[in-house]
Design a protein around this ligand. Structure first.
Ligand SMILES: [Mg+2]
Ligand SMILES: [Zn+2]
Length: 213
């Protein structure tokens, strides 16, 4: 029986899976899932997708929180996911600040490379989902397909423009998951709108900002 290569999705964390904050997410209590995001991961798993997370966590480098706090946040995420039958394979994070000039702080490619090496991911065509330009840039360098969500910093990112060519825009992770699982990629922009050109309001519903925070 021929082996089909495993399907992967790479996600940013803050603003994609959980609510983001300009004050950083520093404790498990501050780690609050965006409605539907964990269910979306479980649905991806159910359809055979393995999910990995790649996340800049410069709050560590800034001394805002410790590794133990980060681990506790991720423990909370794993447990909440497990209750829904979902899982992420691993969370790759960069603890550095911009001043450290490391290779892993997105848009640098280090985190994506680490994930690819650990799981043997053939990155070309793998969806990468983020709410910031640098999330997408880190993956596009390897041929990942860029997906912007409007949650977190997504609206601001969209307004700023300059997204990689072919970036698709989704209301949130749940909308991305539905789009992927319904195979609407072939229909190219039926459920998601292309960035760059004015995002067609008829194709997407605006995010209720009270809902995305
Ligand atoms: Mg983010
Ligand atoms: Zn780094």
């Amino acid at each position: 029986m021929p082996q089909t290569p495993p399907k992967f999705v790479i996600l940013d964390r803050d603003g994609v899976i959980n609510l983001d904050s300009d004050q950083f997410i520093k404790t498990p209590d501050e780690w609050i899932p965006i409605p539907g995001s964990l269910e979306a991961i479980a649905a991806l798993n159910e359809a055979g997708y393995r999910v990995v997370v790649a996340s800049n966590q410069s709050g560590i480098g800034r001394g805002l929180f410790e590794m133990s706090a980060l681990n506790a946040m991720h423990e909370k995420m794993y447990k909440a996911l497990a209750r829904l039958g979902g899982r992420v394979e691993a969370i790759f994070f960069c603890p550095h600040t911009a001043a450290d000039d490391c290779d892993c702080r997105k848009p640098k490619p280090g985190l994506i490379q680490q994930a690819a090496q650990r799981f043997g991911i053939e990155l070309r065509g793998v969806p990468i989902v983020g709410d910031s330009l640098r999330d997408l840039q880190a993956g596009v360098a390897f041929g990942c397909t860029p997906h912007l969500v409007r949650t977190g910093k997504g609206e601001a990112t969209l307004a700023k423009g300059g997204l990689p060519p072919g970036t698709l825009v989704h209301d949130d992770l749940r909308a991305f998951s539905r789009w992927l699982l319904e195979g609407e990629g072939a229909r190219h922009g039926a459920a998601a709108s292309h960035a760059g050109t004015a995002a067609s309001p008829s194709a997407t519903s605006p995010v209720d900002s009270t809902n995305s925070r």
